[in-house]
Design a protein around this ligand. Structure first.
Ligand code: SAH
Ligand code: SF4
Length: 364
């Protein structure tokens, strides 16, 4: 007899086979059953709460050349920029005034001493300007063990480094073949981030060329096995000026990539009920209410873009990125009502630390 989604969801644990089944759903009703179930798991563990972090994309200088990314070093069309400390502090101030409990500092990857030292100092400066509870998430790529430690000690509490894919062979297909883009180094960095003490976030790109459903099922099992605290994952979106663009005709249609991303979020919520899962901007690029749909599938974090408008057009990781012509005010104005519309509340009085991290700390 064929197994139904309801039967699978009744089980205590999902096997790899079950995960593959759930990710492969094509039937509308089955898809809805999965999403509903994941949402009920989120309601029980996190509640109907959404945690906000303000995203500051402070520089697009990048020494890497990932084959999917619009700001890769090999794209000469990009106007490179770096926000000054003052501009970053003003943006932090804006975040605080709008009751954000934390920010995410993101940029292309740079490893020079000037860069890493600047970040350490910047963390200290921001700490001085905010209350002691204010949360920093860094998303600054691969760094040395010492650098991760220095940034943690300076006061950053969280770090995001997507593994992109947990399959080494696929990793090699979507990155140039050189030491700067080495799967084992990336994995080691993720472990070093955990060891430094950070709430550790990672994630994957969904719907990449050459990627299979089995790869994605293994990605979810990887996240669980790594005991990750936070996840940001979203659909792959093409960028015209990248080498992977030539595979555009082999991709899943956008709508399917979107629904597959929702099912990835849903299955992850079932596998890891107490982690933080971001509903990413890439979802919103495909469907205007895409991030809200991500929340309904089990995600619980939103990262509104606070990057000043004049820089946004230069931080295009993929084509058709939303809100590029806007300022931060426009983006967050309607946020609260959009979240309320789907029956959720922004948790302004909660720092939104990963419950999984807290539990991990108690056990260790
Ligand atoms: N340089 C840092 C942070 C900025 S890139 C780093 O790479 O870790 C942040 C994320 O954007 C990457 O991890 C990748 O998963 C995502 N990204 C880049 N290009 C993308 C694309 N074309 N489609 C979807 N996500 C993309
Ligand atoms: Fe640079 Fe990150 Fe883009 Fe890779 S994904 S090219 S490291 S910004």
């Amino acid at each position: 007899m064929n197994q139904s989604v309801i039967d699978i969801l009744k089980q205590q644990e999902l096997s790899r086979k079950d995960i593959i089944y759930l990710l492969s759903i094509t039937d509308r009703t089955e898809h809805e059953q999965l999403i509903k179930h994941a949402y009920s798991v989120k309601e029980q563990t996190i509640g109907r709460n959404v945690y906000l972090r303000g995203l500051i994309e402070f520089s697009n200088h990048c020494k890497k050349n990932c084959l999917y990314c619009g700001i890769r070093s090999g794209n000469p069309k990009v106007n490179r920029y770096a926000m000054t400390d003052e501009e970053i502090l003003n943006t932090v101030d804006f975040a605080v005034k709008n009751r954000f409990t934390g920010i995410v500092l993101q940029s292309g990857e740079q490893q020079s001493y000037e860069f890493t030292n600047r970040i350490t100092k910047l963390i200290l400066k921001i700490k001085q300007a905010t209350n002691p509870e204010f949360r920093f998430t860094l998303s600054l790529g691969e760094q040395s063990k010492e650098t991760y430690k220095a940034w943690f000690e300076a006061g950053a509490q969280r770090y995001l480094l997507r593994i992109e894919t947990s399959n080494e062979e696929l990793y090699r297909k979507i990155h140039p073949a050189n030491k700067l883009h080495d799967f084992k180094t990336r994995l080691q960095c993720l472990e070093n981030i955990q060891k430094a003490g950070f709430q550790t976030g990672t994630g994957v790109i969904i719907g990449l060329p050459f990627q299979t459903i089995e790869n994605l099922a293994d990605d979810l099992l990887f996240l669980k096995q790594m005991s990750i605290d936070m996840v940001g994952m979203g659909p792959y979106l093409e960028h015209t000026d990248t080498p992977l663009f030539e595979y555009k005709d082999s991709l899943l249609p956008l709508n399917n990539r979107f629904n597959l991303s929702l099912r990835m979020i849903a299955v992850l919520r079932i596998l890891m009920p107490n982690i933080n899962i971001a509903s990413t901007t890439a979802l919103q690029s495909i469907v205007p209410m895409g991030r809200e749909q991500g929340l309904k599938a089990g995600a619980n974090v939103l990262m509104p873009n606070l990057t000043p408008g004049k820089y946004r057009g230069n931080y295009l990781l993929y084509d058709n990125k939303p809100c590029v012509d806007e300022e931060a005010d426009d983006c967050i104005d309607c946020l609260s009502s959009r979240v309320q519309m789907i029956g959720e509340e922004i948790a302004y009085n909660d720092l939104g630390d990963s419950k999984h991290y807290k539990k991990r700390q108690q056990i260790e």
